[in-house]
Ligand binder design. Structure first.
Ligand code: SF4
Length: 347
């Protein structure tokens, strides 16, 4: 089943990446600039929290100026969902943990049906319905599935099926298990991600393990990597997960050696600087660049790179497919690599 979110499809071979804006919603200009930057970095969809009715006027402006579709994140107040749809969002996300009343859900359904807007029913292990917790104790998997079933019952009763489901937990094993069950139980596309997963290190590891496992097993139609970090980092990690699992073609791969006692220069800084310099270049075809820590083993170890640098004390060797082509001073490393990159695209 394919769900259209504006011009982005969820449920096709292409797995869209999404993130959530972390600025207060009234910072419209900053948000618009950020969305443009994130879109250029590989983000397909943006979610914005809509905390109250006062947010709607800002949401309207964001929707109008955004270069990619906007999803409204709604909790507690079903009227906000309706107002967000009227503001022009391309999808809404509701949480069955805090919007369960049939009358209210029916109002949302009538509104999204009229406007042809899809809905994500987002179940989160941190906000499960109280009556289900009472019934099933600490069996989170059971509670999450039952919570989805209860909510879906209303959507199906009122004939609405433009639905994406998500089941999120901060626990890797629980994230994997719940999505495996959901894939078998429900026909709707799945938005996957580990939530409240931690800072850039912990969150990256947890999301990488959970999402890679799921994606490699054919589970997951859109992803969001939740990090206690900025949106750009969420996109970088999400893209790397999709590239590493073969779900998205990688245009740039930088391989770098782990360094050892032979290393004569700060390789970590060089890799960081190369990434910074390259990120604004529109890559036209895939390229693999190697950054190696010594001139003895470097070129040989990086035989499969398109080109790269083996760094020595004061001087470094530029190489192509493992063959030395030039010796340069270390202060020229970045400039030389950019010249070769340009040449690589032009020839
Ligand atoms: S390329 Fe050289 S510096 Fe890097 S790990 Fe290998 S031997 Fe050590």
């Amino acid at each position: 089943m394919i769900i259209n979110v504006g011009n982005v499809k969820i449920g096709s071979d292409y797995i869209p990446i999404q993130t959530m804006i972390k600025n207060p919603i009234n910072q419209v200009d900053k948000i618009i600039k950020k969305i443009e930057y994130l879109s250029n970095s590989g983000c397909d969809l943006i979610r914005v929290a809509v905390p109250d009715a006062n947010s709607i006027k800002f949401l309207k402006l964001i929707v109008k100026k955004s270069v990619i579709p906007i999803i409204a994140d709604i909790h507690f107040d079903h009227k906000l969902a309706i107002m967000a749809v009227d503001a022009g969002v391309s999808k809404i996300r509701i949480n069955p943990g805090n919007i369960q009343d049939e009358k209210k859900i029916k109002e949302i359904i009538e509104c999204v049906k009229t406007n042809d807007i899809p809905v994500r029913i987002g179940i989160n292990s941190g906000s499960l319905p109280k009556h289900l917790i009472k019934q099933y104790g600490n069996d989170n998997l059971k509670i999450m599935i039952e919570s989805a079933r209860e909510e879906l019952k209303f959507f199906e009763k009122y004939n609405f099926d433009k639905i994406v489901l998500s089941f999120k937990s901060s626990n890797v094993i629980e994230t994997i298990k719940i999505n495996q069950i959901a894939k078998k139980e429900f026909q709707y596309p799945l938005h996957i991600g580990a939530t409240e997963a931690g800072d850039i290190t912990d969150g990256t590891i947890k999301n990488s393990i959970a999402l890679s496992y799921l994606l490699l097993n054919g589970i997951g139609d859109t992803i969001r990597v939740s990090l206690t970090s900025n949106e750009e980092n969420e996109i970088i990690v999400a893209k790397k997960i999709l590239e590493s699992t073969g779900k998205r073609k990688s245009l740039l791969e930088i391989i770098s050696c782990p360094t050892c006692s032979r290393t004569e220069i700060n390789i970590e800084n060089i890799v960081k600087d190369i990434k910074d310099r390259i990120k604004d270049i529109k890559l036209k075809k895939s390229v693999k660049i190697a950054v190696m820590g010594c001139i003895v083993n470097g070129p040989g170890e990086a035989m499969h790179a398109d080109f790269g640098v083996a760094c020595g004390k004061g001087k470094s060797i530029i190489f192509k497919k493992g063959k030395k082509i030039k010796i340069i001073n270390n202060n020229r490393i970045l400039d030389e690599l950019l010249i070769i990159l340009k040449d690589y695209y032009e020839n």
